[in-house]
Write a protein that binds this ligand. Sequence first.
Ligand SMILES: Cc1cc2nc3c(=O)[nH]c(=O)nc-3n(C[C@H](O)[C@H](O)[C@H](O)COP(=O)(O)O)c2cc1C
Length: 171
Amino acid sequence: MSLIDTIKNRYSVRSYLDKEVENEKLMQILEAGQYAPSAVNFQSWHFIVIREKENHDKFSAIYHRDWFNKAPIYIVICADHNKSWKRAEDGKDHADIDAAITTDHMTLQATDLGLGTCWVCNFDVQKCRDYFMLPDHIEPIAILSLGYPDHEKQPAKKRNSVDEIVHWEKF
Ligand SMILES: Cc1cc2nc3c(=O)[nH]c(=O)nc-3n(C[C@H](O)[C@H](O)[C@H](O)COP(=O)(O)O)c2cc1C
């Protein structure tokens, strides 16, 4: 698949087949995250993988959706605020940006391998913190559900036109 095809084929998968994800594919997805760029190359992220049945069922309570509960794997992308770059001029913490890029790398690698993901940010952050006993400087930013997609439930893509979003030479 060409890169643009992978980008266009990725969608938020909210329906998964009851099919196990091969460990090799999972490792490739994590590797895609590992190779993401980050501000000053500080790599301010941690990935927590949940795939054991017992942990899966307990963890899925942090986001109450039937489809989420049925996803075979979760990858929790955490920002490490002790590692992330803060811009000297205004103190802006780039942890969220680093986390977003690495998460997106993983979604694209998953698509390329025939797998599906959905970003989830609307989860119960405190429950997530408590579940993993995260220290204050580690912030759970996003959860990726991961598994083989049931393409029958694929929604139509909605995107603004290039004309609406691209500004040439001036805003
Ligand atoms: C930062 C971010 C947070 C998101 N949070 C959620 C979420 O909590 N629950 C959910 O079902 N989808 C979530 N999504 C998925 C978006 O709804 C989805 O990407 C958007 O509607 C575009 O659809 P597509 O991914 O199928 O192209 C999130 C996406 C992003 C990028």
